[in-house]
Design a protein around this ligand. Sequence first.
Ligand code: SAM
Length: 262
Amino acid sequence: MSGFDPDWLSLREPADRAARAGRLIAMAAQDLAAAGTPVVCDLGAGTGASVRAFAPVFPDATRWVLVDDSADCLARATALGPHVEVRQADLVQTARPWPEDCALVTATALFDLASASWIDRLVDGLAAARLPLLSCLTYDGVLDLAPPHADDGAIRQAFNAHQRGDKGLGGPACGPDAQGVLIRALTARGYTVETADSPWVLSAPADGALIGQTLAGVANAAAETGQVDPARAEVWRAARASRVPSVVVGHQDLYARPPSRA
Ligand SMILES: C[S@@+](CC[C@H](N)C(=O)[O-])C[C@H]1O[C@@H](n2cnc3c(N)ncnc32)[C@H](O)[C@@H]1O
């Protein structure tokens, strides 16, 4: 059980949408256009944000299969329409969760939660089915705040250590290393991989709610590691909240084509 709050996913969705690498989404859309009535499978789909982000660019006839283990999140995705099927499943138990006629696998904000062995097993399955992969918003360890604060480095280091804990996807997560692990797994199987930066670039007051929740989440995670005293983490969070900082959170996107499609 992964325990993601659907309200948190809704809060981050506009920033995610602005950050996604349009060039890679357009490449995937172009490949899908050749597939007639393509079926796209979104892993760790949450409330269906990927459908909302990609549908304006993907072929009109696209059908979707959304896979997630959270009934709460998927309940919100069911409203997307008859072209969207939701499947509640644990991606650890289900090695190849896409349907037979799948034309593209997508995932957003998922791979940094996953262990290297889970990624390897997934890419094995993709390669066996010769499926392309569009991955968006994999956290890459960048957390830049302005104006600077003396504890930024210590908090970032502890937060990134927390990101390497077990997040329910096959053991200790790759965290900030996930994009590199994914690229190595894909290229080792002959995939051609295109990458792009997709950072959140947030500033108050417009992004105030997302900044506030992000800083609270970062401070909590940093304190949970034991590397930073909880009181010090709270002082950092409160100082940041009152200074209305701008925040850059680094992410990476990729689009990978299997050998026959490269
Ligand atoms: C960071 S959220 C991203 C959700 C969605 N892709 C989005 O962009 O809004 C990660 C998602 O992966 C799902 N997830 C995490 N571990 C999972 C697992 N073992 N099996 C199935 N889904 C999982 C969570 O329930 C959550 O919806």
